[in-house]
Design a binder for this molecule. Structure first.
Ligand SMILES: O=C(O)CCC(=O)N[C@@H](C(=O)O)c1ccccc1
Length: 368
């Protein structure tokens, strides 16, 4: 493909409600979108970096800078550009996986739209709809939490994920179990908020029959998670720690995780996400699709990824209205606890021009 233009667009999307995790509270999402224009088609990519470097080292301003200064210039003159080439052209630049993922996604979307192939077909989807879980933030009270969980269960979500942190863990889990019973699929996400010294405390979650405990320790502490997994009966799932297929294989072989949360932005793109899926499948490790509060652009691609065979656990692929009053694409609407896998070319959705214009804070051409 010949790249004829790359647009960097910054949008601000207010959340329907504050979303609190162990590393902070978001009230709106500051999001970078990339539009790649080629002679055959246009493609869209969404960068999942957060406003501040609190989930990982990446943040929106940094991603915009590295795209503007290094990543986009590196690919624009490539004679035969396709999504597979993007990874190798950008490899010399260290890190910045979320920025790289957005660029690779936009190139892949343009390439597939030009070929009339969907993300699902390209990635190897085996389902035409995916079961959806929902992530529930830390709340001011147990009552508020139970009301939120009731609303999501009524909406049809098939799995509940509770954000936890020291001081908000055993009690909310116990309250949800007591109120909604033992059959609700329930898991927790600590976002690195604990240390190995908390192992015995975290083992107090074992009686609640959770699907998993996600990223309890620091993202670099693979050994610590392996030790924790020998103390806590609840399966350990890693998120922030898993930044590549090689690291996934290492973590699995060292006993650090029994389940992996696959997030394309965290690992550098959908092609690496598929490689992680394949490595986990080879080790008999189930995966599920994580979320970064994506708009319908990233959500469409995530739903396609979640349809791969190894994605046997419900992901954080919620409906658009879980986070946004108005999505920048036609909304993803939960149907019987599932979302349909888009079947159109590329990601299968298009931004709605009026909505996009309304939420756009800045737009610049990085190449034309
Ligand atoms: O449903 C979603 O898209 C959000 C799922 C979720 O909880 N994301 C968490 C996470 O740590 O996985 C997150 C929240 C805010 C910012 C980054 C990550």
């Amino acid at each position: 493909m010949k790249l004829t233009g790359v647009e960097l667009r910054r949008i601000r999307m207010p959340l329907v409600a504050p979303f609190r995790t162990s590393f902070g509270t978001e009230t709106d999402r500051d999001i970078l979108l990339l539009r790649v224009v080629t002679e055959e088609a246009e493609g869209w990519g969404e960068c999942v970096a957060t406003g501040e470097p609190l989930y990982s080292s990446e943040y929106v301003d940094g991603a915009a800078d590295v795209l503007r200064r290094y990543l986009v210039p590196a690919i624009v003159d490539h004679p035969r550009l396709d999504a597979v080439a993007v990874g190798s052209v950008l490899a010399p630049f260290k890190g910045h996986r979320m920025a790289k993922a957005a660029l690779e996604m936009a190139v892949l979307d343009a390439e597939l739209r030009g070929q009339g192939r969907s993300f699902g077909r390209e990635l190897g989807a085996v389902r035409d709809r995916v079961a959806c879980g929902v992530s529930v933030g830390i709340m001011d009270s147990i009552g508020e939490l139970l009301d939120a969980v009731e609303g999501y269960l009524d909406a049809g979500y098939v799995r509940i994920k509770l954000k936890i942190e020291p001081g908000w863990d055993i009690a909310p889990v116990r309250a949800v179990r007591e109120r909604f019973g033992d059959d609700v699929l329930l898991q927790v996400d600590a976002n690195t908020a604990y240390s190995l010294a908390d192992a015995r405390h975290l083992a107090r979650l074992d009686p609640f029959d959770l699907l998993l405990i996600e990223q309890p320790l620091d993202e670099e502490d693979i050994r610590g998670h392996a030790e924790l997994a020998r103390i806590v009966r609840t399966p350990v799932c890693l998120d922030e720690s898993i930044t590549s297929a090689a690291i996934a294989a290492d973590a699995i072989r060292r006993g650090a995780c029994a389940i992996v949360n696959v997030k394309p932005g965290r690992v550098g793109g959908y092609l690496e996400a598929r490689r992680i899926h394949d490595v986990c499948a080879a080790h008999g490790v189930p995966v599920w699709c994580g979320g970064m509060l994506e708009t319908g652009i990233g959500r469409a691609a995530n739903v396609a990824l979640a349809a791969l065979p190894g994605f046997t656990l419900p992901g954080d692929t919620s409906a658009s209205d879980r986070y946004y009053h108005t999505d920048v694409t036609p909304p993803f609407v939960l149907d019987d606890g599932h979302l349909p896998v888009p079947t159109g070319p590329g990601i299968g959705v298009q931004p709605l021009p009026d909505v996009l214009a309304e939420v756009t804070v800045a737009s610049e051409w990085l190449h034309r």
